[in-house]
Design a protein around this ligand. Structure first.
Ligand code: G
Ligand code: G
Ligand code: NA
Ligand code: MN
Length: 254
């Protein structure tokens, strides 16, 4: 309960910050996007990871102000990097079910884009597979009303939930992100190879981009590339890093 009280103070106390993890195109080996990942620098506990505070925030309503702060911070940062010519890709922001259910969620996204000056095509919203399947109608409605529908949508942690695959084709999805648990052990793990391969070929046929999460080895990257997976994210390329480190990283890539 005290951690909950601390989290309430964390937002005003500037204790939250974002880490950014690059996403790489397998063919061109260049950065095509960044994912914003929330971090909490607790005054006495030190660094608290999102696994510990996001579920708590989703239960106690704090996910709304935290999510709004994440969206704002990520959009402003991306607008600055785009203006500097350091990226022309997307900034992925994770969105919780509770945020999507807010009646003013679309307004929040629209207002945040205009306040930050970020063109909609540079923003990608990440919804987990289970959220998308639970709230199919709301997701459809939300996305159809977003600014010029140019905001991108990706399905996170794909392959871990229970997708009704026939629903996928109805959704205005840009990209599937294959969960890292299915990338582990590739190419030797035959079960993961079968599932990851099936997700990649399904994505191609449905016209979605596909990204593999948790790419840690060159063997995984080569194998995924050979299956025509578009992009990867993981420690092989770069881990999540501070805004300053990410600025340096993007400069080095340019
Ligand atoms: O960085 P990693 O430990 O960094 O992230 C762990 C999990 O926390 C991931 O599943 C990620 O989607 C989730 N997460 C990270 N940042 C946010 C955020 O700003 N909002 C939500 N809803 N989830 C987040
Ligand atoms: O949204 P989500 O669950 O997918 O967030 C990605 C999580 O995966 C973050 O916690 C991030 O720190 C972590 N992560 C990033 N790259 C790697 C990787 O190469 N391997 C593993 N195991 N985790 C990673
Ligand atoms: Na994510
Ligand atoms: Mn994920």
């Amino acid at each position: 309960l005290s951690l909950e009280a601390d989290l309430r103070r964390a937002i005003e106390g500037n204790q939250l910050f974002l880490a950014y993890q690059p996403q790489f195109d397998f063919t061109q080996r260049r950065v095509i996007g960044l994912e914003a990942l929330a971090r909490w620098q607790h005054p006495t506990l030190g660094l608290v990871l999102p696994e510990q505070f996001i579920p708590m925030a989703e239960e106690n309503g704090l996910i709304e102000p935290i999510g709004a702060w994440v969206l704002e911070t990520a959009c402003r940062q991306q607008a600055a990097w785009v203006a500097e010519g350091l990226t022309d890709g997307s900034m992925s922001v994770n969105v919780s079910l509770q945020q999507l259910r807010q009646p003013d969620f679309i307004e929040l996204v629209t207002d945040t884009l205009s306040r930050s000056g970020l063109p909609a095509r540079h923003l990608e919203l990440e919804l987990t597979e289970s959220v998308v399947m639970q709230e199919l109608d709301r997701v459809m409605q939300t996305l159809e009303t977003l600014p010029s529908s140019a905001v991108r949508l990706s399905i996170d942690d794909f392959g871990t939930g229970y997708s009704n695959l026939s629903h996928l084709k109805k959704l205005p999805i840009h990209r599937l992100k294959i969960d890292h648990s299915l990338i582990r052990g590739l190419p030797l793990d035959q079960e993961n190879a079968a599932i990851a391969g099936a997700i990649i070929s399904m994505s191609k046929r449905l016209g979605f981009e596909v990204l593999a999460e948790g790419v840690e080895t060159q063997e995984q990257a080569s194998y995924l590339h050979s299956l025509e997976c578009d992009a990867g994210q993981g420690y092989l390329f770069a881990g999540p890093m501070s805004a300053q480190d990410c600025t340096d990283f993007l400069r080095d890539q340019a």
